[in-house]
Ligand binder design. Structure first.
Ligand SMILES: [Zn+2]
Length: 271
């Protein structure tokens, strides 16, 4: 990750530096070439929007998209819990398939359900930071103070096991902001993206969710699924997606493991 980290740092400085210089270029060109003068502003906005809104884009800093392994292993990650409706059922499923998973936990949910965080850890799984309030519509525009608060307030509710604080962070819906990477670096947190997602927040059929994942899975892939969604309309949906995925992975001979930090890589699984 070191080489990728320094490359991302330079790219981030380049995007920020150009955004800073662009208005001056526009002012200089405005008197003689009005249309041409708009080009630096347009380009700097496009660069910024691309870096921010394309999930797993490495321009603002390294985003982990796979882990190094020669075994048929994948990393199952489950976002947005803990959920009083789903977490125990999901833990039972994981136990049945002898699978380990990382739960990317929302601080507010952990605060309401501390016993579920304890139970996740007690059953040999891992918890990770998914912000305190999961501000999916506004995190991309958050400043440094709010970004830090979202990370730190969530972390407070994950300190149920003193020997190992959470090591991983995932941004809400994968959208980062300009200040996130330096804040994560300061706290020793790795930003985790994904290799494969089943779009279980959009699709309606657990079999389709599992099929999309199973069609793209490779050794070292990071899979994203969710809990705590559709509690009213279809409370069985999230566990069924996870069950179908675990069943398909087992049929293909994959084991679900939690990788070590030194295995994490920015490139996609299979590359
Ligand atoms: Zn989420």
């Amino acid at each position: 990750m070191d080489q990728a980290g320094s490359r991302s740092r330079w790219t981030r400085h380049g995007v920020l530096g150009f955004a800073f210089v662009a208005p001056f270029l526009t002012l200089c060109l405005a008197e003689t070439h009005l249309l041409l003068a708009l080009a630096p502003l347009v380009v700097s906005h496009v660069l910024f929007l691309y870096a921010t809104f394309i999930p797993n884009c490495q321009w603002l800093g390294p985003v982990v998209r796979s882990f190094a392994t020669t075994e048929p292993e994948i990393w199952l990650t489950i976002d947005d819990g803990p959920s009083p409706v789903h977490t125990i059922a999901i833990l039972d499923l994981l136990g049945r398939f002898e699978a380990r998973a990382t739960f990317f936990v929302v601080g507010l949910q952990a605060e309401k359900n501390p016993h579920l965080v304890t139970e996740i850890l007690a059953r040999g799984h891992e918890v990770a930071n998914h912000t305190h309030s999961h501000p999916s519509g506004s995190f991309w525009a958050a400043g440094p103070v709010r970004t830090s608060a979202e990370i730190d307030r969530c972390a407070e509710h994950l300190r149920t096991r003193g020997d190992r604080p959470a090591r991983f962070f995932r941004a809400p819906v994968g959208l980062r902001n300009l200040f996130l990477h330096p804040e994560l670096e300061r706290r020793g947190l790795a930003l985790i993206g994904w290799s494969v997602r089943g779009l279980d927040t959009i699709r309606r059929d657990p079999a389709q969710v599992a099929a999309k994942i199973l069609g793209r899975v490779r050794p070292g892939a990071i899979i994203v699924l969710h809990e705590g969604h559709r509690i009213e309309s279809d409370p069985e949906f999230n566990p069924r997606c996870i069950e179908a995925t675990l069943s398909g992975l087992a049929a293909k001979g994959y084991r679900c493991v939690i990788p070590q930090p030194e295995q994490l890589r920015p490139q996609r699984a299979g590359k």
